[in-house]
Design a protein around this ligand. Structure first.
Ligand code: MRU
Length: 409
């Protein structure tokens, strides 16, 4: 089993709360976020403290279970509990639109509660929590299986390019695209990974680079617009990415920029692999045209977010920082719309800022995902095996079949 070094768990249940590593400021600030209410889980999802399709599925399941253990525990009428669990599941599922896993995780708990309601409310609540914990555990098992299948596609000495973060942090643990890379690396096959920085939220530079370093996998970080050039030089043997939603025909929604990579792979004769658990496949959609693409805040494009910890070097600095943060977070006065806030953090001080890079009032288009047509996808690696075109058949088999499926389709 391949080792991930010190990569922490992404999201878990502890002492009646949902806990997660806050990914919005990683790797320079690594906070533990403790959610006591399902509202807190919703805020964590929309603020991208937890992100990545499979991790969102787990967050949704744990969020519904958290409601059941807290507000839901005040309810004594079974019918009302079931109505409320429907409402809460819907609310959590609608926090972000593209990753189908979010809906999948919320829906699995909601249906579980309805299907097992005849045991009565007191017995049902612990079962709901158990089901959410099962979803979390299954996610890691799936990723490890998927990683082992995917590693069979990798040749010794491979130089692999990846985009965004489809790593351990994007799942309960281990990762999808990075899961394949971790497994292939454990088999000694990976010479180097090219990590796209992934503008605008920089999941590649911040998260994938952090994970690969901790797992001891050799990599180089590039900006997104360098991918074509390294491919043309013959330095990329395969591209592996994750997915947020895969339609029944094999069209793949993933982080913005993925489609461009798939086109480049075709031009340069490089295999383009997608690694995703079956919970990411949405057989209700006939094609990727039906996938709703999330559009995010224009400030992700017009500026950059910065965070870090201030270490005062003198007692004068300490006293000054103490004084300005005495009444809570302190916003510095800045021109041009830049923002900088200083707050106390344990015995230290943290800064959180946003620095404008574009002129004020520019119009922005900021889709978080794009859709890669199935004909550009060499194979889709799932926990049940490797699906190839025609995807309508191989994906249905991956999601609903029962046989041993190492090469699907
Ligand atoms: O906006 P994000 O960070 O949630 O987007 C994540 C991605 O696009 C990942 O590539 C995808 O969810 C696969 S994660 C295993």
């Amino acid at each position: 089993m391949s080792s991930l070094g010190n990569i922490p768990l992404t999201i878990w249940w502890e002492d009646g709360t949902v806990r997660m590593i806050d990914q919005s400021r990683l790797p320079l600030v690594g906070d533990l976020l403790v959610c006591n209410t399902y509202d807190g889980v919703c805020t964590a999802i929309s603020g991208m403290a937890v992100r990545g399709a499979p991790a969102l599925g787990v967050a949704a399941a744990l969020g519904v279970a958290l409601w059941s253990e807290t507000e839901g525990a005040e309810i004594s009428d079974l019918r009302y509990y079931l109505e409320e669990i429907d409402r809460v599941a819907d609310e959590i599922a609608s926090t972000r639109p593209t990753a189908v896993n979010l809906k999948w995780g919320a829906e699995r708990i909601r249906l579980f509660a309805h299907d097992n309601a005849d045991v009565g409310l007191d017995a049902l609540r612990p079962l709901v929590l158990e089901e959410a914990l099962r979803i979390r555990a299954e996610d890691e098992e799936r990723n490890r299986a998927l990683g082992a299948h995917g590693a069979t596609l990798i040749e010794p000495g491979a130089r692999i390019l990846t985009h965004c973060n489809a790593g351990s942090l994007a799942t309960a643990y281990y990762g999808t695209a990075l899961g394949v890379i971790f497994s292939a690396h454990a088999e000694g096959k990976v010479a180097q990974v090219w990590v796209d920085e992934t503008r605008p939220v920089l999941q590649g530079a911040r998260l994938t680079a952090w994970e690969l370093r901790m797992a001891g996998v050799p990599f180089k970080l590039i900006t997104d617009n360098m991918a074509a050039s390294v491919m043309r030089r013959g330095w990329v043997d395969a591209v592996i990415v994750g997915a947020d939603r895969i339609a029944a025909n094999g069209d793949v929604a993933n982080k913005i920029g993925t489609y461009g990579l798939a086109v480049l792979c075709k031009e340069h004769g490089i295999p383009f692999y997608v690694a995703a658990p079956s919970s990411t496949v949405d057989l209700t959609l006939t094609s990727g045209d039906e996938i709703v693409i999330e559009e995010r805040d224009e400030r992700e494009v017009t500026g950059v977010t910065v965070s870090g910890v201030i270490e005062p070097r003198t007692s004068i600095e300490t006293r000054s920082l103490d004084a300005i943060t005495e009444a809570g977070p302190y916003a510095l006065g800045m021109t041009k719309g830049h923002q900088m806030e200083i707050s106390r953090k344990g015995g230290a001080y943290q800064f959180d800022g946003w620095v404008r890079i574009a002129p004020p009032s520019v119009e922005v288009y900021n889709p978080a995902f794009d859709v890669t047509p199935a004909e550009l996808v060499t194979a889709i690696i799932t926990e049940r095996g490797i699906a190839r075109a025609p995807y309508a058949e191989s994906l249905a088999e991956a999601c609903c079949g029962t046989g041993a499926l190492h090469e699907l389709g």
